[in-house]
Design a protein around this ligand. Structure first.
Ligand code: KG4
Ligand code: ZN
Length: 337
C-alpha cells in the first residue's frame, strides 16, 4: 500500500510517499524559517499562505522523485491537529479534496502520533512496548506506548514546552528564530559552571516537567550580565542546555523505572539536539536500556512521519469518507479518539 503523507501544522510543508513494504519512496520539505525570521517567530497567516503556495509543487516533486503517479496512491494521510488552524486547514482540505477526486481513503493524523511513530521509519525499529519522550515546540510529554493507538500519558510539562524554552532563550540571547539549533550550537563554546540554572521539578516525585522558571532564570542572568559578550552568551546557553537536558534525561529514566520498560524512544524537534542525544545515549547505556532516536531530519516536522502514522491507522481500519473533514488545533494524544 502506498500512502501520501501531508504535514502543514506549523512552519514546515512536508510531503512523503510511503510504501508499506519498501518504506519511504520519496519525500520533500519546505521550511518557512527564512520567511518568519524577520518577525522573531511564526506568523500564522503567513504560514497558511505559504503552505498554499508550496503544497502542490511539493506533491508533484515527491511523485516524480518516486517515479510514481497519483493513481498509484492508495491512501492519503493529513495532519489534522494539533497546530495552527489555518495551516492545518490547508493540508487537510488539499488531502481530502485529492482523496475525493481519486476515490481513495483519507486518514486524519495526530501530529504528535506522527512524531511518536517516526522512529519506526529508521533502523533499528523499536518493538512495542516502549516509553516515548516527545519534545517539540508545543509539547513535552512522556508516553507509555503499548502498540499503535495505545498511548498512556505518564507526564507532561505544566507550562512551557522544552522547544519553547529553547526558542525563548534564543530570543533573550539575541539569537533569533528558530532558537533550538542556535542555542545548541553556541552552548558548545560555553564554559561549564559559569552559570547555575535550576532543574525545575527534578524532585517533584512525578514525571511532569516545568520550563518557565528556567526561562526566568535565563532572563535574570541576561539582565545581570548587562552587555552580552560572545563568551557570556555561550556560557548562558551552555548552562541552559545542561539544565534542560538533565531534566529530560532524568524524567525519561524515571519513566523507564516506573513502567519497568527497557526501551526509550525520543522524538520531536528537540530530540534533534546533540547534547540531549549524547546524554540519553550515555544514561540509557548505564542502566542497560535501549535508545531509539530517529535521525535529526526525522525528528523535526516532516511528511514521512504523517504517512507512517496514517498507514498504521489505515491498517487498523481508519480512513473515513473523504468529503467530511475538520481540524483540531488542540487535541490530546491519549484521549482515545
Ligand atoms: O517537532 P518540531 O519540528 O515542531 C513542533 O511540532 O513544534 O519542533 C520544533 C522545536 C522548536 O522549538 C525548535 O527550537 C526545537 O524543536 N529544535 C531544537 C533543535 N532543533 C529543533 N531544540 C534544540 N536543539 C535542536 N537541535
Ligand atoms: Zn512537530
Amino acid at each position: 500500500m502506498i500512502v501520501l503523507g501531508i504535514e502543514t501544522s506549523c512552519d514546515e510543508t512536508g510531503v512523503a510517499l510511503l510504501d508499506s513494504e519498501r518504506g519511504v519512496l520519496a519525500q520533500a520539505l519546505h521550511s518557512q524559517v527564512e520567511m518568519h525570521r524577520d518577525y522573531g517567530g511564526v506568523v500564522p497567516e503567513l504560514a497558511s499562505r505559504d503552505h498554499v503556495r508550496r503544497l502542490l509543487p511539493l506533491v508533484q516533486r515527491t511523485l516524480s522523485e518516486a517515479g510514481a503517479t497519483l493513481e498509484q496512491v492508495d491512501a492519503i494521510a493529513v495532519t489534522a491537529g494539533p497546530g495552527l488552524v489555518g495551516a492545518l486547514l490547508v493540508g487537510a482540505s488539499f488531502g481530502h479534496a485529492l482523496g475525493y477526486a481519486l476515490g481513495r481513503p483519507v486518514v486524519d493524523v495526530h501530529h504528535m502520533e506522527g512524531h511518536l511513530l517516526s522512529p519506526l521509519l529508521a533502523e533499528p525499529k523499536p518493538q512495542f512496548p516502549f516509553v516515548a519522550l516527545l519534545a517539540s515546540g508545543g509539547h513535552t510529554q512522556l508516553m507509555r506506548v503499548d502498540g499503535f493507538g495505545r498511548y498512556r500519558l505518564l507526564g507532561e510539562t505544566k507550562d512551557d514546552a522544552a522547544g519553547e524554552a529553547f526558542d525563548k532563550t534564543a530570543q533573550l540571547l539575541g539569537l533569533g528564530y528558530p532558537g533550538g539549533p542556535a542555542v545548541s550550537r553556541i552552548a558548545e563554546l560555553g564554559n561549564a559552571g559559569a552559570f547555575a540554572f535550576p532543574r525545575p521539578m527534578q524532585h517533584s516525585g512525578d514525571l511532569n516537567f516545568s520550563f518557565s522558571g528556567l526561562k526566568t532564570a535565563v532572563l535574570t542572568a541576561v539582565r545581570n550580565a548587562g552587555e552580552l559578550s560572545e563568551q557570556v552568551r555561550a556560557d548562558i546557553a551552555r548552562a541552559f542546555v545542561e539544565a534542560v537536558v538533565e531534566v529530560l534525561v532524568r524524567k525519561s529514566l524515571a519513566s523507564l523505572a516506573e513502567t519497568g520498560l527497557r526501551r526509550l524512544v525520543v522524538a520531536g524537534g528537540v530530540s534533534a539536539n546533540q547534547q540531549l542525544r549524547q546524554a540519553l545515549k550515555r544514561e540509557t547505556q548505564r542502566v542497560g536500556a535501549e535508545l531509539f532516536c530517529p535521525p535529526p531530519e526525522l525528528c523535526t516536522d516532516n511528511g514521512a512521519m504523517i504517512a507512517m502514522a496514517g498507514l498504521a491507522r489505515l491498517q487498523a481500519g481508519a480512513g473515513g469518507a473523504p468529503l467530511g473533514f475538520g481540524v483540531r488545533p488542540r487535541w490530546s494524544l491519549d484521549d482515545g479518539s
